[in-house]
Design a binder for this molecule. Structure first.
Ligand code: ADP
Length: 478
């Protein structure tokens, strides 16, 4: 739903909660309240009518006897007894012809002679509301009978209509007052709940974000409040960490590439001169051995420079469709050659390299992907006891396919404390002069350029490290 600009400013979370929770709750309560109020009113009405009926029934018998014997004193006495209960407004006794015989209380509600006669003749008991002047009156009529059961008169008891309406008005006022109180209480609960559960943690989060933006990019949000708010704060912190570390890595990459570029030519010149001098000297002499060492160190520096350049490279990829088996074979050759030329310790003797996987093609930049594969295989060659396994397959995860290439070894594996920095440039556990700490950083950058990532785990089959390249499927694979 599109919200207009002027309303957007007012459309706060608190208002949304009040509108979304309070209004529906109040509407439901008001509906339920007015329905139960109506039921209550009906009940009150019935109760008040029943009161009059009970009194009428109580004095009916003595009145019938007195009327039969024509004793006006007893009739008045019975009528007056009705007034001991404070609800009767007027009482009238009519004979069978509808003529008034006796009366007590207000005259106003007295019925006409012919109406009284017909009511008496009908023999029915009847309650009805009628208007007497400005007043609304409830009348209850009971026929009076003599000892033989013959109708000989009619009793009319009245009650003021205002008794009913006043009481009902009071009940109504109390109910609406209670509803207003409930609304106020609910509003306080919603506003208070919003403040403690959301308003305060969100305000703190916003203040934290403002501080990070304006003053301290190293600062992080405080993880507090309900789970959802804590999750958002945690995710923002993670995102900031990632942005910072990828900015750092990009800067390192550019810096390294710059330095490597500048060092490349002097180093090549140094190697060239050493080679030239070596040709003019006996290689077994002291000077010859020194020159050989200079050449080997210069070549080592060239390797480092090439890796630094690889790491800082951001050329567009030249993707072609290639068989994984072919890529693996080439990368293994490169890794073995590199290990031998660096006189690297190839685990313990020549390792067994098992390659497993059905024909499968991937669309990759051959050179960049080879860097990733050969570095991972090179590391496995260095770490293994005697076995390496390279395998690949396609995994279908929630509808999207990706290709996995796994490089496993039977070495010591990766320890927990190495994991967080494993892919950082210059992280190495090898002795000084042996590792550059760039192999995994280069592999990671190359795979990331292809839209994939590398994960690390313990190898289930060989027990050492298992590095897995995950490549999203960009084209039909098999
Ligand atoms: P380098 O090999 O020059 O040290 P890398 O970036 O290739 O640099 O590797 C970084 C570190 O990761 C290594 O020093 C090593 O401790 C660890 N590592 C990489 N591959 C393996 C593996 N297959 N088994 C055990 N440790 C490994």
């Amino acid at each position: 739903m599109q919200i207009p600009g002027s309303v957007k400013i007012l459309y706060t979370l608190r208002l949304a909660l009040l509108a979304g929770v309070l209004i529906p709750v109040v509407l439901v309560v008001a509906l339920a309240g007015s329905w139960s109020l109506r039921l209550l009113e009906d009940q009150v009405n019935q109760r008040m009518q029943q009161d009059i009926e009970l009194i009428a029934h109580a004095i009916r018998l003595p009145l019938s006897h007195a009327l039969e014997r024509d004793r006006i004193g007893s009739i008045n006495q019975a009528l007056n007894s009705a007034f001991t209960i404070d609800v009767v407004y007027g009482a009238y006794v009519y004979d069978e012809n509808g003529e008034e015989v006796a009366r007590s209380g207000r005259r106003a509600a007295r019925v006409a002679t012919d109406q009284a006669a017909s009511l008496a003749a009908s023999g029915d008991q009847l309650g009805e509301f009628s208007q007497a002047g400005n007043e609304e009156i409830f009348s209850y009529f009971v026929p009076l009978t003599d000892a033989g059961g013959r109708i000989n008169g009619l009793l009319q008891l009245t009650r003021r209509g205002s008794d009913f309406s006043n009481y009902i008005a009071m009940v109504r006022a109390t109910a609406w007052f209670a509803l207003a109180g409930l609304c106020l209480l609910l509003a306080i609960i919603v506003i208070g709940g919003h403040h403690y559960a959301l308003g305060r943690p969100l305000r703190r989060m916003l203040e934290g974000i403002k501080q990070i933006r304006s003053k301290d990019s190293q600062a992080r949000l405080v993880i507090e409040g309900p789970a959802e708010v804590r999750n958002i704060s945690g995710s923002i912190n993670n995102m900031l960490d990632r942005i910072e570390s990828s900015e750092k890595l990009a800067t390192i990459g550019r810096l390294s590439a710059g330095i490597a570029h500048e060092l490349g030519s002097p180093l090549a010149a140094l190697d060239g001169k050493a080679q030239q001098a070596l040709r003019e000297t006996d290689s077994e002499s002291r000077t010859g051995r020194c020159l050989t060492q200079i050449r080997s160190q210069a070549q080592r520096m060239e390797v480092i420079i090439r890796q630094l350049l690889d790491y800082g490279r951001d050329n567009p990829l030249q993707r072609v469709s290639l068989e994984i088996s072919q890529l693996v074979e080439q990368a293994t050759d490169h890794a073995l050659a590199a290990a031998l030329s660096a006189r690297d310790s190839l685990c313990h003797g020549q390792p067994t390299i098992k390659v497993e996987g059905s024909p499968l093609r991937v669309r990759v930049d051959a050179m960049r992907f080879d860097q990733a594969l050969s570095n991972l295989i090179g590391n496995a060659l260095h770490a293994c006891q005697s076995q390496i396994r390279i395998s690949w397959d396609v995994v279908d995860k929630s509808g999207s396919q990706s290709t996995r290439i796994m490089i496993e070894d039977d070495g010591d594996g990766i320890s927990e404390d190495e994991l967080p920095n494993l892919f950082d440039p210059f992280f190495t556990t090898k002795p000084v002069g042996q590792g550059t700490g760039l192999g995994l950083a280069v592999a990671h950058a190359a795979v990331a350029d292809h839209g994939g990532h590398i994960s690390v785990a313990r190898s289930e089959s060989l027990g050492g490290a298992c590095f897995t390249i995950h490549l999203p499927a960009s084209a039909p694979q098999a």
